[in-house]
Write a protein that binds this ligand. Structure first.
Ligand code: ZN
Length: 631
């Protein structure tokens, strides 16, 4: 039975199962407290935290995807209860004490590293603080879970739309125009992204851009203030100067200062290129509007698209006929199956909506894990694309399970190439979770590496959708059946390279927003003003009145201060990919070595060590810098 079976039942059934898991965790803790300190203590702790983490992850998925609001609410409650138990136990000296006496000297490397991490997490949670402080820490943690849910709920439930005229649909593909004959364009991705890219009307794009930047406004303005305030208080109680200082400490980057320096370093590396990109966009805009003096945020994607079409001979619409949804999905399956020597098999399992399908990953007859695909938008569903954990795996224990939650146009449909990239990206997370879900300890399974490494495997897998040889196996023209020409892929690539300076600067705007909201006492902080200031510092686009980007920036909940992690991981991903670039992207020997040294250990070694084991050296900045300067 899969963990998702509970999604097909009732709210009461889901809550019962969740509480049973939490009871199992409490029983394991009681055993731990009664036994002399030994490796069995660590095993009991792993069982307890594994049960809680899975209950929490399952509830988080439920609240993000279930079509029934009562089920989503049950998910919220169960996640709150799981997180509450997790913070309670993490602050309990009677658990910490025996664990700190465990002697793991004779154990394997992963076990020693795990014990180190467990003890460090207790100290970071505040286990050695006095009773009153620990009580306040717990209360804050519980409150923060609820605040985070509220922040996400406000985003998830606020879909806006604009009414456009038939003339304002000019520039959009015929299938899009047919599907939007009534002229209602929503802020959901399949509506929003093509409109911002292709619509000729700047005025219509401006209206849509603006309502998109008003999602969750004004509700999240206050929710965000509360979130920042409680995080700051918590960090102070734990002895840190700010939330940013606290949250960066156990990451690869190691400190708030290093994170700030990294943002500047990347920003500088992208600076010259971003400047040139902007001048090209402005010159293009002036062709249509001779007096134009600046490019606005809502112009950028559409102008990039025009430049790509006119100066690089590449029109993104020209590749859409090659990306039939079903073929793309099969292509992702076939590509990764060949690389890693596995198969994907459809399986019978209860699901939470008729759109959802269930799959198994099989290797030489052995099932390695299960996953669910939930790919189309619907009301009340999570608005982005992400991999959600359903169950952590463990050697000799439960199988890892995960879900991919995306918002693609409903099949049969043609995808944008950028959507193909997204699908590969999320599949990269999925494989990390499933291949890494067989560790000795549940607490080390899958993506439980340092957080700022997590986006490296997923961003690296994106490279495969830029390779003509890979694409030609599944990107067949919907009418002619011909594979996508290598020459078209080369133009698409060259066109994609255009604008990367601006893209990286935009990412650094997000990273700086995330860090700077958290590097201070937020009392009196005007988040709208600071976000506007940072936008103008890192991007050439001016701030806009009545736009409230930060209120629908969902990563402020999950990532808090560490959005820089995407770029940090990208620097590593570019470096990892060099090995494939030289040895062949479909080289199964390299792919399997990568799987073994980077994905399978999960969090069993510091991420820097995983990377070193694969590269045979320390990771370097050169591959990223070369990419930024090339083309
Ligand atoms: Zn990702």
């Amino acid at each position: 039975m899969t963990a998702a079976a509970l999604f097909a039942g009732t709210p009461e059934g889901f809550e019962r199962a969740s509480r049973a898991d939490l009871d199992r965790a409490r029983a394991a803790v009681a055993r731990l407290q009664a036994m002399p300190a030994s490796l069995a203590s660590l095993a009991a702790w792993d069982e307890a935290t594994g049960a809680i983490a899975d209950a929490s992850a399952r509830a988080s998925l439920l609240r993000s995807v279930h079509p029934d609001a009562a089920m989503r609410e049950a998910g919220e409650r169960c996640e709150q209860e799981s997180e509450a138990l997790s913070s309670e136990l993490g602050l309990d000296p009677s658990i910490y004490r025996p664990l700190s006496q465990v002697d793991a000297a004779g154990e394997d490397e992963a076990t020693r590293w795990y014990l180190f991490r467990v003890l460090r997490d207790f100290r970071r949670a505040g286990v050695d603080k006095d009773d009153a402080t620990r009580a306040r820490v717990r209360a804050l943690q519980e409150e923060l879970v609820k605040i985070g849910q509220e922040f996400q709920r406000n985003i998830r439930d606020d879909v806006r739309s604009v009414q456009v005229t038939q003339e304002e649909l000019e520039g959009l593909p015929a299938d899009y125009r047919a599907a939007h004959a009534a002229g209602v364009i929503t802020t959901d991705y399949p509506d929003f992204v093509p409109f911002m890219t292709y619509a000729r009307s700047s005025a219509a794009r401006q209206r849509l851009w603006k309502v998109n930047r008003q999602r969750a406004h004004p509700r999240n303005l206050e929710v965000l203030d509360r979130m920042l305030g409680r995080r700051f208080e918590l960090a102070q109680l734990l002895g840190y100067s700010s939330w940013a200082a606290y949250i960066t400490e156990d990451k690869m980057i190691g400190s708030e200062k290093a994170a700030a320096e990294f943002i500047e370093k990347i920003s500088d590396a992208a600076g010259p290129r971003a400047g040139r990109d902007y001048e090209i966009l402005l010159a293009r805009k002036q062709q249509d509007e001779p007096g134009a003096v600046r490019v606005e945020s809502w112009d950028a994607e559409a102008l990039k698209e025009r430049v790509r079409a006119e100066q690089f001979g590449f029109d993104a619409q020209s590749v859409r006929p090659y990306f039939d949804f079903a073929r793309v999905q099969q292509g992702i399956f076939d590509t990764t199956a060949r690389m890693f020597g596995v198969q994907y098999r459809r399986c019978e399992a209860p699901v939470w909506h008729p759109d959802v399908s269930a799959w198994e990953v099989v290797e030489e007859g052995r099932v390695l894990g299960r996953f669910f695909l939930d790919l189309y938008p619907r009301e009340g569903k999570y608005k982005h694309a992400a991999q959600f954990t359903l169950a952590s795996g463990k050697a000799g224990g439960a199988l890892p399970e995960a879900a991919l939650v995306c918002n693609f146009p409903r099949a049969p449909a043609l995808l944008e190439h950028s959507e193909v990239v997204t699908y590969f990206h999320e599949f990269g997370h999925l494989l990390h979770h499933l291949f890494g879900g067989h560790t000795r300890w549940a607490g080390l399974s899958g993506v439980r590496t340092e957080w700022d490494f997590v986006e490296a495997p997923s961003q690296m897998l994106e490279e495969w959708c830029w390779d003509a040889g890979v694409l030609q196996r599944f990107a067949l023209h919907q009418e002619t059946g011909q594979p996508i020409p290598a020459e078209l892929v080369a133009r698409m690539r060259a066109a994609e390279e255009f604008g990367k300076g601006l893209k990286v600067r935009q990412q650094m705007f997000y990273a700086a927003t995330s860090l700077r909201f958290h590097d201070r006492d937020p009392a009196g902080l005007d988040t709208t003003a600071l976000a506007g200031e940072l936008q103008e510092k890192y991007t050439p686009f001016r701030k806009v009145a009545e736009a409230y980007f930060q209120e629908s920036f969902g990563h402020l909940e999950g990532y808090s201060a560490i959005y820089y992690t995407y770029m940090w991981s990208l620097v590593i991903a570019k470096d990892l990919f060099e090995v494939f670039r030289e040895g062949g992207v479909m080289n199964p020997e390299i792919a399997r070595r990568y799987r073994k040294s980077v994905l399978e250990p999960g969090g069993g070694r510091p991420a820097g060590e995983l990377v070193k084991a694969f590269l045979g050296r320390e990771t370097k900045f050169e591959a990223f810098k070369g990419w930024m300067e090339a083309g």
